[in-house]
Design a protein around this ligand. Structure first.
Ligand code: ZN
Length: 296
């Protein structure tokens, strides 16, 4: 299969193409997600899905952090959204030329909400393999996967509540992944949970020793790749359809609408200049604390 050129990710397959490995590759930016990265990630998931040999997709990241969230201001992020020859086409369609809340709503639906939902329902078994800080939009990528494994360095937080005046990221799986009270606590404080706690509450399936994450994830993936692909997909669908019937899909939609109301609120407060809390000192925010190890 022809592999397109990637700038922000890497794509490879191993074991006679039965396992595809997608690596986020912006380690110096802590794998912050700019639009170009998300578009490439979408193409890579699609290629893995198209390939009948692929049974399991591992989503991992180079460097010490799986993903620090959306890219709010790197040179790449500014260049790709600024009008001119380097602007990505996706900023000129799907609402990119609209005004106000409509622009946010349409753009975020395509590039943060619907793409994450689509990856969650990918026709392959997906494993997120994460390390270091996994913050905010980093959680969205991880939560879209069927299984999550980490090493002992991992910590998990959605900091947009405490730092940006937002009610969580666009794909609001928080209550489902963390439980309703823990979701409120972490969003209201901006605190993180560590790998052991994430394992205890069932969000993370395995916590591997530091330095072993890559190899141990592949061993884990091999066990799953050995299952018949039809059975694997039916197991995935049985669980996903159960969650959807419990209201997962409708709850995600409702919370996404609130998220867009939240952006519109800050747009009104700031006179249309910023769509997050304009007084939020996010660049000078203190380090994220680990909730269960830190009092109060
Ligand atoms: Zn948003």
């Amino acid at each position: 299969m022809n592999t397109p050129a990637y700038s922000y990710i890497e794509y490879e397959t191993i074991d006679d193409n039965s396992i595809a490995i997608i690596s986020l590759n912006r380690p110096r930016q802590r794998n912050a997600q700019n639009r170009g990265l998300l578009e490439e990630l979408g193409r890579a998931f699609e290629i893995a899905e198209l390939d009948d040999d692929v049974r399991v997709v591992i989503l991992r990241a180079n460097g010490p952090s799986f993903s620090a969230g959306h890219d709010l201001g790197s040179a790449d992020a500014r260049r790709e959204r600024t009008e001119g020859p380097d602007q990505l086409e996706s900023f000129r369609n799907n609402g990119g030329t609209k005004l106000g809340a409509e622009k946010f709503w349409r753009q975020e639906w395509h590039h943060y909400f619907q793409n994450t939902r689509r990856w969650r329902d990918l026709r392959k078994i997906t494993i997120a393999s994460v390390q270091g800080p996994v913050y905010s939009a980093g959680l969205m990528l991880m939560w879209a996967c069927d299984l999550i494994v980490s090493d002992t360095t991992a910590s998990f937080a959605d900091v947009v509540g405490a730092r940006l005046g937002m009610c969580g990221v666009e794909y609001f799986a928080h209550p489902w992944e963390l439980g309703p009270r823990r979701a409120k606590e972490l969003l209201l404080t901006g605190d993180a949970i560590d790998a052991d706690e994430a394992h205890r509450i069932g969000m993370v399936s395995k916590v591997f020793p530091e330095g072993r994450l890559e190899e141990d994830t592949i061993e884990f993936a091999r066990r799953i790749a050995a299952r018949p692909s039809a059975a694997a997909l039916m197991i995935k669908e049985a669980v996903n359809q159960t969650q959807d019937n419990q209201g997962f899909f409708n709850a995600l939609n409702a919370a996404f609408t609130l998220h867009e109301l939240n952006h519109a609120h800050w747009g009104l407060v700031s006179g249309g200049e910023v769509f997050m809390d304009p007084s939020a000192p996010w660049k000078d925010a203190p380090p994220v604390r680990i909730a269960e190890k830190d009092k109060p």
